[in-house]
Design a protein around this ligand. Structure first.
Ligand SMILES: [Mn+2]
Length: 271
């Protein structure tokens, strides 16, 4: 790995990463470790699927040195003053039992609310809570918000029952990959479901992960941000000290801007 030794880390107000899938053979812990070492922030959000507990349950423990170093680096950041907010996903669902736990600078939350430097409010959640909504997107389109509400609540129970019956969690991310033909509509259905929820909660935007598809765009007046993943795309969402958001791609030990925040829509005012 060709780590670039920088004189000073790149400083951000906030960094959001998700879907690092530590414990899974496909995780790009090398690029992630380089990214974490090269950057510094006041608040670090871990937006779910940080650990791949399922994969380890299925295939046994896979815990190479680099995966361990990622965890160590995150703890070191917390010890040095970075506030770390961990929002578990579906692959590290067991951690959801620690909702509300605070250990020094480490907070575990089922979902979080982030306020940017320019005062905008963003809901932060992993995104698997929308799987049932997306899977039944035709029904949602047909029957509207009542079925949407019902599916949002049912998602938890559907998967609890599936697990009891020995079925794996129904994963949208995996589903998207296997249905390449329909991937585009699945991704856009997911993005719309998430944006709908953000709008309903009266926030300015939302940060999520889960579908391994980094994106930042305005949907119906709310800013949808997906911080991507560290299995394929190696992307992170960062906020600078003025509250400006940017998506970074971090491979080959160099960052490139993946997407800039879209300009505010004319006539759209922050709620
Ligand atoms: Mn997920």
């Amino acid at each position: 790995m060709n780590t670039v030794h920088r004189l000073r880390p790149l400083r951000y107000r906030t960094i959001f990463i998700s879907d690092t899938h530590l414990g899974f053979r496909g995780a790009r812990a090398d690029f992630l470790l380089d990214f974490l070492r090269a950057t510094d922030c006041e608040t670090l959000y871990l937006v779910g699927d940080i650990f791949d507990i399922w994969e380890m349950e299925r295939r046994g423990i896979h815990w190479p040195r680099e995966h361990n170093l990622v965890v160590k680096t995150i703890f070191e950041k917390a010890a040095n003053g970075t506030r770390v907010i961990y929002v578990p996903g579906n692959h590290d669902e067991a951690m959801r039992e620690y909702d509300g736990t605070v250990i020094d600078n480490l907070h575990v939350h089922r979902q979080a609310l982030h306020e940017t430097a320019d005062g905008r409010r963003f809901l932060v959640l992993h995104g698997d809570e929308f799987d049932a909504v997306v899977q039944c997107s035709k029904l949602v389109a047909l029957m509207g918000s009542r079925i949407y509400d019902w599916l949002l609540r049912a998602n938890y129970w559907i998967n609890l029952i599936r697990r009891r019956l020995g079925f794996p969690y129904w994963s949208l991310a995996a589903h998207v990959k296997h249905k390449v033909k329909n991937a585009v509509s699945y991704i856009s259905n997911f993005e719309e479901a998430v944006a709908y929820e953000a709008r309903r909660q009266g926030v300015d935007g939302l940060v999520c992960g889960h579908i391994h598809h980094a994106e930042m765009r305005t949907i119906n007046g709310v800013l949808y941000c997906n911080d991507g993943d560290w299995v394929e795309s190696c992307t992170a969402l960062v906020e600078d000290f003025d509250g400006r958001l940017e998506l970074l791609r971090w491979t080959d030990a160099e960052q490139t801007v993946h997407a800039l925040e879209p300009a505010a829509e004319v006539g759209e005012q922050a709620a």
